[in-house]
Design a protein around this ligand. Structure first.
Ligand code: RP5
Length: 163
């Protein structure tokens, strides 16, 4: 693939089974991405470097997933002008994922994180592609085809139920 436009980061390798959905849908939509682990708590210097250097490397949108005390998306948003999409990950010791959701969602005025639903890395990928599509006609076409396919599947289900 060409120069990555989306940076997918996660607090731990244990988040990968969830975050892989973002990578997969970006591949489907023809958007180049990079993917790595950056922990806000265990590797704060790496987080600073990643957030500060992402725009200079051509990244346009960052998708950040984390669980528990999920400070990664918010801290990254505080360190870059790029849009950040936060994915609350339901980690094994979480309180039903509410810890992740609230710590990503409840950002202070001035530092937004576009928070998707619990474990909804696929929607984060689609939203990132939609942001990229504002300046990329090829991605617009892929998004329209993707949505058409969703519509077709619903219509097929309705037909099957009639039969
Ligand atoms: C968070 O703690 C990570 O994002 C992950 O969701 C959770 C558990 O991490 P591990 O202990 O599995 O590395 O920082």
């Amino acid at each position: 693939m060409s120069q990555p436009k989306i940076g997918i980061i996660m607090g731990s390798k244990s988040d990968l089974p969830v975050m892989q959905d973002a990578a997969d849908v970006l591949t489907e939509l023809g958007v180049a991405y990079e993917i790595t682990v950056v922990s806000a708590h265990r590797t704060p210097d790496r987080m600073f470097t990643y957030a500060r250097e992402a725009a200079g490397r051509g990244i346009k949108v960052i998708i950040a997933g984390a669980g528990g005390a999920a400070h990664l998306p918010g801290m990254v948003a505080s360190l870059t002008h790029l849009p950040v999409i936060g994915v609350p990950v339901k980690s094994s010791n979480s309180i039903d994922g509410w810890d992740s959701i609230l710590s990503i969602l409840q950002m202070p005025n001035g530092i937004p994180v576009a928070t998707v639903a619990l474990n909804a890395a696929k929607n984060a990928g689609i939203l990132a592609a939609q942001i990229i599509s504002t300046a990329d006609e090829a991605v617009v076409k892929n998004l329209i085809a993707y949505k058409e396919n969703l519509k077709k599947k619903v219509e097929e289900s309705a037909e099957e139920m009639k039969a």
